[in-house]
Design a protein around this ligand. Structure first.
Ligand code: FES
Length: 156
């Protein structure tokens, strides 16, 4: 009888331990699912070392058409390529001129937006509101005859 109680107690303890482990793993997974996108968003794109024009891959072009914008490295710099409401392709430095956060495009408002301090730029790169001190530098972007999209050096 005493042995049965001991076995039941061991079984309860190991089940509780298993549930604790499962709960801990779930919490870690949940935290990682929140932290990863935030870190990925804030971390600059890796320096590719490649210089010169960048041609979007087929996947990048599909993402541009789906989301109306994409951020790609061009000569080691983050560049936001966007498609305006009238289907015009535009490209700017994706580095906010305030403190360097990565900007994003709000297609519904036709605004380039910096989430760090609510800086806003128009589709010419000019500051609309917020703390950015200067416009976003513009890049040249061209659609090739074969449909490819090429982004090249900063415009003076
Ligand atoms: S870093 Fe963009 S508004 Fe401050």
């Amino acid at each position: 009888m005493q042995e049965q109680v001991h076995t039941v107690s061991n079984s309860t303890t190991s089940r509780r331990h298993f549930i604790d482990l499962l709960l801990g793993a779930s919490i870690l997974g949940w935290l990682a699912s929140i932290a990863y996108p935030v870190i990925r968003y804030l971390k600059p794109l890796p320096q590719t070392g490649a210089t010169g024009p960048t041609r979007l891959t087929r996947e990048e072009t599909a993402k541009l058409e789906q989301d109306q914008f994409i951020i790609v490295p061009v000569s080691g710099q983050r560049v936001i390529v966007l498609q305006s409401q009238d289907q015009k392709l535009l490209a700017f430095s994706a580095k906010c001129t305030h403190e360097g956060c990565t900007v994003t495009y709000l297609p519904g408002q036709s605004v380039i937006w910096c989430p760090c301090h609510d800086g806003r730029y128009d589709l010419s790169g000019r500051v609309l509101s917020g703390p950015p001190p200067k416009p976003l530098p513009e890049y040249a972007v061209r659609r090739q005859p074969d449909g490819g999209i090429v982004i090249s050096e900063e415009r003076a």
